[in-house]
Design a protein around this ligand. Structure first.
Ligand SMILES: Cc1ncc(C[n+]2csc(CCOP(=O)(O)OP(=O)(O)O)c2C)c(N)n1
Ligand code: SF4
Length: 338
């Protein structure tokens, strides 16, 4: 392995003019990533950011690395190909909730279930930003937009629950108002072997301003964000006076610790082999206006896709010898044309 030269934030910033609206949450995510990269001990030459289409998808322009602003929704598929062909690279996927959950929903779930070695950052602003404010698959029921003038009827996706349902091996949530939390979460996602999905609550101040204020504003965080820390009880509030318990109906719910007793508070286990508790926690809040868990929901080890395919190829080679593609094409039923 070659020694990685030390870098600074400046080294990771490209010379491109950043063209997001002033005040957009995308800026703080970009800064968090650019500041984190020197600490990851990785080189720009071995780092690739792949995006689809949308405001968030402009991200690769602003990183001084390899990158691809690709086709709407297809970033996970393109990134899968690259990660498999070049397992020595760090491959990041960047996309909005429209890009990764509407047109790209299919590609996303398959990258997750296959456990391809990707770090996927899902910028969730609950709206289509680039195309000027249509509802997205994470917009709440009743959302009035240009494409839903009488209010959306569609039940929104919960990206964390969706990823867990696809058996993703790493699933986390953070938000654009807390750089330290973003960096800690991105670092964990980057270091994870396999597909890591991070949902980032991101403010689109032009078309969906304040969508997350109730939980992410500085004055509300203590009482509205539930930090997920492995091995620790799920407590929150200025003095840890609130906690998460499992109710009689089997569902996670918020309770006063003084009322229910400390022993009933759930101890977070991000490494639980079953995703069921993480799924339960993902459903705790009906939306970003109720106490909401942030941090790592799940981090488990399972076979990484490229390693599995490489092993399978090596086995086939050992058992059957080198492949004869031309022979295969001429074997069995063939037709002559013309
Ligand atoms: C094949 C195709 N269909 C539709 C579009 C139009 N389009 C561009 S970006 C976008 C969605 C953007 O929303 P999101 O992914 O949430 O990203 P944001 O702009 O909010 O960051 C759509 C529908 C397109 N560019 N290509
Ligand atoms: S439209 Fe919204 S998401 Fe897009 S750059 Fe502007 S504020 Fe950001």
């Amino acid at each position: 392995m070659t020694d990685v030269q030390p870098t600074t934030k400046k080294d990771w910033a490209s010379d491109q003019e950043v063209r997001w609206c002033p005040g957009c949450g995308d800026y703080s995510i970009l800064t968090a990533v650019q500041m984190l990269m020197p600490d990851l001990g990785v080189s720009r030459e071995n780092t690739v950011f792949i995006s689809g289409i949308g405001c968030a998808a402009r991200f690769p322009y602003y990183m001084n690395t390899y990158g691809m602003h690709s086709i709407h929704g297809r970033a996970p598929a393109i990134a899968t190909g690259l990660a498999m062909a070049r397992p020595d690279l760090d491959v990041w996927v960047i996309g909005g909730d429209g890009d990764l959950l509407s047109i790209g929903g299919n590609h996303l779930i398959h990258a997750l279930r296959r456990n391809v070695n990707l770090t996927i950052l899902l910028f969730n602003n609950q709206i289509y930003g680039l195309t000027k404010g249509q509802y997205s698959p994470t917009s709440e029921v009743g959302k009035v937009t240009k494409s839903t003038p009488f209010g959306s009827l569609d039940a929104p996706f919960n990206p964390i629950a969706l990823a867990l349902g696809a058996n993703a091996s790493f699933v986390a949530r953070t938000h654009d108002m807390d750089r330290q939390h973003m960096q800690a979460t991105f670092r964990r996602a980057h270091d994870h072997k396999g597909a890591a999905l991070v949902e980032i609550y991101q403010n689109c101040n032009v078309f969906n301003n304040g969508a997350f204020d109730t939980i992410t504003s500085k004055s509300n965080r203590d009482s509205m964000l539930i930090p997920l820390r492995h091995g620790e009880p799920l407590r929150f509030g200025a003095d840890g006076e609130k906690g998460v318990i499992i109710g009689d109906d089997g569902r996670a719910q918020v309770a006063d610790v003084a009322e229910v007793g400390e022993d009933r508070i759930v101890v977070h286990d991000e490494r639980a082999p079953s995703a069921s508790m993480a799924f339960n926690l993902a459903q705790l809040a009906a939306g970003p206006h109720e106490p909401t868990p942030v941090g790592v929901f799940r981090a488990v080890e399972r076979a990484e896709y490229t390693e599995s395919t490489d092993q399978q190829l090596a086995r086939a080679l050992a058992e059957q010898g080198p492949a004869d593609l031309a022979g295969l094409l001429r074997s069995g039923a063939t037709w002559e044309i013309g």
